[in-house]
Design a protein around this ligand. Structure first.
Ligand SMILES: *Cc1c(COP(=O)(O)O)cnc(C)c1O
Length: 365
């Protein structure tokens, strides 16, 4: 038995679809599977339009670019997230404003957003961290009041619902990632989804080097090479067929951990609002006191349980420090938080075993 942290779950079905792409002779940026994959995801999310791109990072960048966000503009992001949320803001030449997260949900704190809005603010990028939906009603209300765009970083929350609506479909754009450790993978890939057909179509044009339809050797504006390939889409279609199974497993893993740690003093879980359905991309816990987390992780690793720290808050990175607005809670979660084995390769018994080992090791510190 080997307990996996976040390894992708690929097998026979993926081989079948990949062979299909090869047999069709479409392994690069032409091919029928790309739009098929876009349609599948759009239907699944109940969103009107979707365009496949090379990564989640590219998806966020293209959303910003399409909205005309650039130098002189400010974009509000949470501190507790992966660097791929904020780097596109810098690519765009805009200024990130990094705010603190809520201590219990770990998501961007609407109160902190409010305090960070200025005349220069153009957009908010809420991140549904580890598959836990942000408080979108408050965020959308504030955005409406101040005329701001909302780009949802839904790269970790495919399958999660906010008050019945899929995450990624509430703001102006939703950005998905199909990186190797995400709920479903295309190897590396992403998608921008949204309600505005013209904008999504325009992104599709931009990511294909802005090639004019009728006249492919003519480029009416600067373009990008951020297209998804047919081979990647083949992988995505196979994975998509298994999405409900993956979600069921991950949610079950969360329940197993919650049951196991039910009476464990000093351990709490990232809190999910009652009306929401999380995707449980990762189940994460937080300890109530400071102790040597790295040593604890090494102990667990030796016993066959791989874990990962939560994201290092953005404001702790030297190149981002100047954009921070005080993010004490993000740092506290980083100091005391842990991501538990959540790969869908694991079976129920593996997770039960992992929970038992973690509990025992925690009892000894
Ligand atoms: C994975 C991820 C992204 C984008 O990732 P890519 O590797 O570029 O697909 C963006 N934001 C967050 C929070 C992520 O976890």
């Amino acid at each position: 038995m080997k307990i996996e942290l976040d390894a992708p779950n690929v097998g026979e079905l993926e081989k079948k679809y990949l062979n299909q792409a090869v047999d069709q002779g479409f392994v690069s940026t032409f091919g029928p599977l790309i739009s098929e994959f876009e349609k599948k995801i759009a239907n699944y999310l109940v969103v009107d339009h979707a365009v496949a791109v090379q990564s989640g990072t590219a998806a966020i960048y293209m959303a910003l670019y399409e909205l005309g966000i650039g130098p002189g503009d400010e974009v509000i992001v949470p501190s507790l997230t992966f660097a791929a949320t904020v780097n596109p803001v810098l690519y765009a030449g805009a200024t990130p404003v990094i705010v603190d997260v809520d201590a219990v949900t770990w998501n961007i704190d609407p109160v902190k957003i409010k305090g960070a809005i200025s005349k220069k603010t153009k957009a908010i990028i809420p991140v549904h961290l580890y598959g836990n939906p942000c408080d979108m009603d408050k965020i959308m209300a504030m955005a409406g009041e101040h005329g701001l765009y909302v780009i949802e970083d839904a790269t970790e929350s495919l399958g999660a619902k906010y008050d019945g609506k899929d995450t990624g479909t509430i703001g102006d754009f939703g950005c998905l990632s199909f990186n190797g450790n995400k709920l479903i993978t295309t190897g590396g890939g992403g998608m921008v989804v949204g309600k505005d057909r013209d904008k999504i179509d325009h992104i599709r044009y931009l990511v294909n080097q802005s090639k004019d339809k009728g006249c492919p050797d003519f480029h009416s504006q600067m373009g990008f090479n951020f297209r998804m390939t047919n081979v990647e889409a083949a992988l995505g279609l196979a994975q998509f067929e298994r999405i409900e199974g993956f979600l069921g497993k991950k949610r079950n893993f969360r329940e197993i951990y919650q049951q196991a740690f039910n009476n464990l003093a000093g351990v709490s879980f990232q809190e999910i609002r009652g009306k929401d359905r999380e995707s449980s991309w990762f189940t994460c816990i937080q300890f109530a006191q400071d102790f040597d987390l790295v040593q604890f992780m090494q102990t667990l690793q030796k016993k066959g349980v791989p874990t990962r720290r939560v994201f290092r808050p953005l404001h702790e990175m030297p190149y981002l420090k100047e954009y921070s607005r005080g993010c004490a809670d993000a740092s506290k979660i980083y100091d005391r938080g842990l991501c538990l084995p959540s790969s869908t390769i694991n079976e129920e018994k593996d997770i039960k075993e992992a929970a038992k080992i973690i509990k025992e090791a925690y009892g000894k510190i």
